[in-house]
Design a protein around this ligand. Structure first.
Ligand code: MG
Ligand code: MG
Length: 267
């Protein structure tokens, strides 16, 4: 069942989403060769708690940390550890926060120093595919329209679209209806509703779309060990149109990047 949110609830959800956005901004400043993903995890947990929220992933389905940190061929759900990042890595960081009973949940894939041109392009295309999907999250459309748009955009550039992991409705629970696959058929699936909030999160691979699960029970990697990228935003339907609740602006401030990519999704 899809649980729509009132205007007041959407404002609370924006607050939760922005705590995650700011956490990712704090992390962005620290991502460099030599830092360990466990150090990033500690920073994130402190920052979230200092902002009166609770880490959204810690303990959720028994996940052991605040961040899911997935370098290189890891797709999602990587567990922070003592291995330092090295120049040329990419690292997907997914973060959740719970405040006022509502969850925020979003993700960004960072470059560690200079990365290979083909990897840089993977990051650009994956991030753009997120916006391609968000444009379809509006009244009159259905779940399949978002997935179709993301899949078309990425497969046209020969990337693999992960099937087994999907976006989701978001609210007082981390994973609500509907599931939001990054593949699909136009005009299929549940209709979108005013006040609906979802996390849209393409997971896109440089090579095959196929993945494997590691023995730790969490980490997902690409079957061919090629890199994978993951970008996620929290989005509400307001006045029939998609409105971003999360933002990458704190990341961009930290990295000195100018971007107007989010402007079209602000009502
Ligand atoms: Mg997430
Ligand atoms: Mg999510």
């Amino acid at each position: 069942m899809i649980v729509t949110k009132s205007t007041e609830e959407i404002e609370l959800m924006r607050e939760s989403a922005l705590i995650v956005s700011k956490t990712l901004g704090v992390i962005a400043k620290e991502i460099k060769p030599g830092v360990t993903t466990l150090q990033l995890d500690k920073l994130a947990e402190e920052f979230i708690r200092d902002n009166g929220a609770i880490p959204g992933f810690l303990g959720l389905y028994d996940f052991p940390n605040t961040l899911c940190v997935s370098p290189n061929s890891q797709v999602v759900h990587g567990i922070p550890n003592d291995t330092p990042l090295v120049e040329g890595d990419i690292v997907s960081i997914d973060c959740g926060a719970l405040k006022n009973e509502f969850y925020g949940d979003h993700a960004y894939t960072f470059a560690v120093g200079e990365i290979a041109p083909e990897t840089k392009k993977l990051l650009q295309v994956t991030k753009e595919s997120l916006y391609v999907g968000i444009r379809e999250f509006k009244l009159g459309n259905r779940v399949g329209d978002v997935g179709f748009a993301i899949q078309q955009y990425c497969e046209a550039q020969n990337y693999g679209v992960v099937r087994e992991l999907v976006g989701h409705g978001l609210g007082k629970t981390m994973h609500e209806d509907p599931e939001m696959p990054n593949y699909g058929r136009r005009g299929r699936g549940k209709k979108f509703l005013e006040g609906q909030v979802v996390a849209i999160e393409p997971m896109i691979n440089l090579g095959t779309h196929r993945i494997k699960q590691h023995k730790d029970g969490w980490t997902i990697t690409t079957l061919d060990n090629k890199p994978s990228a993951h970008f996620e935003h929290d989005v509400a339907i307001v006045n029939g149109k998609p409105e971003l609740l999360s933002t990458f602006k704190y990341i961009y401030e930290a990295l000195g990047i100018e971007s107007d990519e989010e402007n079209e999704f602000r009502n």
